[in-house]
Design a protein around this ligand. Structure first.
Ligand SMILES: [Zn+2]
Ligand SMILES: [Zn+2]
Length: 256
């Protein structure tokens, strides 16, 4: 109730660019806010992977229905079909009444292998592969010496993941999969997710400024997340549990 129940969608404003990470259900309120601003929406959408909780918000993203808007997607190439086909299937009968082709915005689709990087104006986006069923991509967004890393979904399997450790090194903020606690993890080996304890360890080893715990287990209540917030901040100073609407200012380090 307090931390929020929407799935992953992160808005990044940097160097004049609008970057959206993942199309979870949080994309619906983001779309409403962008539409209400009354400006054309030109955005880069970075897709970590194609699991439903990271895509299902897109059919409800109102700016996609406006022909004045442009969305450029970047996602990992798939052997069987790409992101456009997955989004098309998601918006098809009998499970959805409006097709992708009814969206008026210009949609462009680009492939980005984990490990590749892309430049958006003055912004540099680097990537790394994560350990998740079917794969997933972590993103590092860099601008004028500041950096934000988002790494989810990822399973630690008891060890530091070298590509992620490298990608996260020295970042101002690391937003990272912390679905479970270490006490819960043995019941979920192979499910593709990490723990807050591991997130703190990785943040320490990578020398990041602040760790932000995200991708909460849907069965974790506000009270459980409050307790995790306390324990995590005691384990590594500055660690925060992500909540819906949280705003992090990378330039001054402030959190709202
Ligand atoms: Zn996933
Ligand atoms: Zn997920």
């Amino acid at each position: 109730m307090r931390y929020g129940g929407n799935t992953t969608c992160i808005e990044v404003r940097v160097g004049g660019e609008l970057i959206i990470i993942d199309c979870g259900t949080g994309m619906r309120p983001l779309g409403r806010a962008l539409s209400a601003a009354g400006q054309p929406v030109v955005a880069t959408v970075l897709v970590s992977h194609m699991h439903l909780d990271h895509l299902v918000g897109f059919p409800f993203f109102s700016p996609a229905f406006d022909k004045n808007n442009r969305l450029a997607f970047y996602s990992e190439p798939r052997v069987f079909k790409g992101l456009r086909a997955v989004l098309t299937d998601q918006m098809a009968g009998p499970t959805f009444p409006i097709g992708l082709d009814a969206m008026g915005a210009q949609l462009r689709f680009h492939e980005l292998e984990p490990g590749d990087s892309v430049r958006l104006g003055e912004v540099h986006v680097r990537t790394a592969p994560l350990d998740h069923p079917g794969g997933a991509t972590a993103f590092r967004i860099e601008f004028q010496g500041h950096s934000f890393v988002h790494a989810s979904d990822h399973e630690h399997k008891g060890a530091l993941h070298p590509p992620l450790l490298e990608l996260a090194r020295g970042a101002d903020v690391l937003s990272i999969d912390s679905t479970y606690t270490e006490a819960e993890y043995p019941d979920y080996v192979g499910w593709g997710h990490s723990t807050w304890e591991h997130a703190c360890w990785l943040g320490e080893e990578a020398g990041v400024g602040r760790v932000v715990l995200t991708h909460h287990d849907p069965s974790h209540t506000d009270e459980i997340l409050d307790r995790i917030a306390q324990e995590a901040a005691a384990r590594r100073a500055g660690t925060r549990v992500a909540h819906e609407g949280m705003i992090i200012d990378l330039m001054d380090g402030g959190i709202r």
